[in-house]
Design a protein around this ligand. Structure first.
Ligand code: NAX
Length: 326
């Protein structure tokens, strides 16, 4: 079996960490060959050529072809999975609203091209920011593709939350299960520990410090991207690529039994999220490319308020890009 995977912005920092791991079989497993279809802007094609040369030099057994192009339809032709990473970065002093309107047209064009030429069974994962609303835009410009094929990445926030709880509890992150990121991939997101377990015990009991949860844990996860920029002088790339792989791998290989992860998926009204918004919720995946939203979880009053704030931001973003929704 061969899977075709489109990666946009493949010469960027996330792309550089992402493509070798796809080629190594981390999304579909060790028995599935892949063809990488890399999209870049014209000026970055030379750098992309260098990335392709390095991919060749890795001699990955599963990598059966590399396409490098600045043409949308060539990049998305027949793809089973599209990882939409490339977008314009936010520049100093730029408002979130300006970023939305600046990046929006990228996703109208990509949505239309995916609808036209991708595999009928395509799955799309949006990483480029603001990823929830970029995904909303792309999805609405490809209405013949079922809405549940479109997801945006909050896996990095999910992984960050696991790491913070593990460090506080003095355990390994694999001991932390079922944390949740609710809402937007922005600093209004609500990292929720209410249903989380650490070493099999309820996280609130293990941590035993609600003030830390509210005043340190939440802002640390929300602001982690900024902390990485402050430390590294560049935004998160290795961790973002690794999380994108986790997200895609869960779709194609499933979430572990009894565990969920967080993904921004289209709302059907569950948890009172307005229908059609791309909002992060807990999901389980069977491994056939589908997901199920984990239903029936309750919130504290504190949690409800936090979640509502993030939903309000998503609604506001949808209003801002209304003109791009096809
Ligand atoms: P880079 O600036 O290093 O790379 C982006 C690449 O995309 C560039 O090579 C650029 O030429 C290309 N590009 C721009 N517009 C394009 C278009 N229309 N078609 C094809 N390629 C295009 O950014 P990088 O650090 O790789 O980040 C990529 C995106 O991920 C950014 O939008 C960033 O904000 C977002 N992130 C999302 C995260 C998430 O958790 N959802 C976390 C990490 C990251 O901040």
């Amino acid at each position: 079996m061969v899977k075709r995977v489109a990666v946009t912005g493949a010469a960027g920092q996330i792309g550089y960490s992402l493509v070798p791991r796809i080629a190594a079989g981390e999304v579909f497993g060790p028995n599935v060959e892949v063809i990488l279809q890399c999209l870049e802007l014209g000026p970055a094609l030379q750098a992309l050529k260098g990335v392709a040369m390095e991919l060749d030099d890795c001699a990955f057994p599963l990598l059966k072809g590399i396409v490098c192009t600045d043409k949308l339809e060539e990049a998305f032709e027949g793809v089973d999975l599209a990882l939409l990473v490339g977008s314009k970065p936010r520049t100093a002093g730029m408002e979130r609203k300006d970023l939305l309107l600046d990046n929006g047209p990228i996703f109208t064009g990509q949505g239309k091209a995916i609808e036209k030429v991708a595999s009928k069974d395509v799955r799309v994962v949006v990483v480029g920011n603001p990823c929830n609303t970029n995904c909303l835009i792309a999805m609405n410009n490809a209405k013949s593709i079922p809405a549940d094929r479109w997801t945006a990445m909050t896996q990095l926030d999910h992984n960050r939350a696991m790491a913070q709880l593990a460090a506080k509890a003095g355990v390994h992150s694999t001991d932390v299960k079922n944390v949740i990121i609710w809402g937007n991939h922005s600093n209004t997101q609500f990292p929720d520990w209410r249903h989380c377990t650490i070493g099999g015990k309820p996280a609130p009991e293990v941590i035993g410090d609600e003030a830390w949860m509210k005043d340190t844990f939440i802002p640390t996860v929300q602001e982690r991207g900024k902390a990485i920029i402050d430390a590294r002088g560049k935004s998160s790339a290795m961790s973002a690529a690794s999380s994108a792989l986790d997200h895609a791998r869960y779709l194609y290989q499933g979430t572990p039994k009894g565990e969920w992860t967080s993904m921004a998926v289209v709302s059907d009204g569950t948890y009172g999220i307005p229908e059609g918004l791309l909002c992060s919720v807990p999901v389980t995946c069977k491994g056939d490319g589908t997901y199920d939203v984990v239903k029936g979880l309750d919130f504290s009053d504190f949690g409800k308020e936090k979640f509502q704030k993030s939903i309000a931001e998503l609604q506001n973003e949808r209003e801002t890009v209304q003109g791009l929704l096809g």
